[in-house]
Write a protein that binds this ligand. Structure first.
Ligand code: ADP
Ligand code: ADP
Length: 236
């Protein structure tokens, strides 16, 4: 169980995320919805401490994530894979190398300096790409791919990290409807087949309804809805 307790992030005197408390059982696929500026991105980024909370706590396995430092913080980050709206691939590198960077969480720094990737990393990267239907692009330069293909590569990179949580920040906002469906189907499959908890910021309610077990609604940093998609339909 991932537990948020009055989690808050303020910028100057405004709360981007305002005292949000939530229990997220593992294995769920959670959609966070809300208008631009509602606090979705800030909330998601606090979960792996890309953004520092200014109040409240995040508890996992009885430990407060907001207090972790150094090695412990890195170990936590390794368990949270991120997928971004703009994919965040290294365009000049080939696809397989981009995916293998997800393995760096499992290397110690010196080993990484001496020999960056192992045959095992390569094999895992190919398997992950294959699951996403992207193995044939392994040796292509990443910036030659379409947006939909880039996002599938980014998901493969997340998978080889062997995460416990997959945090997706507007993963389909830059994609056309067909590629959006391919990417959402892939996230749902990973959630169901691998048991990875997926927390996904989405700007359209229809997508959250179609794919998520649970919808969390934010407005101006406040929690305004938390429930099953069916409950949302009834409320409207
Ligand atoms: P969303 O992801 O729902 O679009 P964000 O979490 O990006 O919302 O932003 C929530 C609010 O916090 C917005 O008002 C935004 O302008 C503000 N904000 C986000 N990041 C920063 C920052 N680094 N400095 C100041 N304000 C920020
Ligand atoms: P999105 O809407 O896709 O979440 P934004 O345009 O809100 O993206 O934010 C892009 C980046 O700018 C983020 O890193 C966010 O933290 C930062 N940011 C957003 N709003 C502000 C702000 N008012 N002041 C400073 N930085 C901000």
């Amino acid at each position: 169980m991932l537990k948020l307790d009055r989690l808050t992030k303020s910028f100057k005197n405004r709360n981007a995320v305002n005292a949000i408390s939530l229990d997220i059982p593992e294995g769920q696929m959670v959609g966070i919805i809300g208008r631009s500026g509602a606090g979705k991105s800030t909330l998601l980024r606090m979960l792996n401490r890309l953004a520092e909370p200014t109040g409240g706590s995040i508890i996992i396995d009885g430990r407060d994530i907001t207090a972790l430092k150094g090695r412990d913080l890195l170990a936590w980050r390794a368990t949270c894979a991120m997928v971004f709206q703009q994919f965040n691939l290294v365009g000049r590198l080939d696809v397989i190398t981009n995916v293998m960077t997800g393995r760096l969480y499992h290397h110690n720094f010196l080993a990484s300096m001496l020999q960056l990737f192992t045959d095992e990393d390569r094999a895992r990267a190919i398997r992950a790409l294959d699951r996403l239907g992207m193995a044939h692009t392994a040796l292509q330069q990443a910036d030659t791919l379409s947006g939909g293909q880039m996002q599938r590569v980014a998901i493969a990179r997340a998978l080889v990290q062997e995460p416990r949580f997959l945090l997706a920040d507007e993963p389909i906002a830059s994609l056309d409807p067909l590629n959006a469906k391919i990417v959402m189907d892939a996230l749902r499959t990973i959630n169901q087949d691998d048991g990875i908890t997926v927390i996904c910021n989405l700007h359209t309610l229809d997508t959250a309804r179609a794919y998520c077990d649970r919808i969390i609604g934010l407005a101006d940093g406040n929690l305004v809805f938390d429930g099953a998609p069916e409950a949302l339909t009834e409320a409207k």
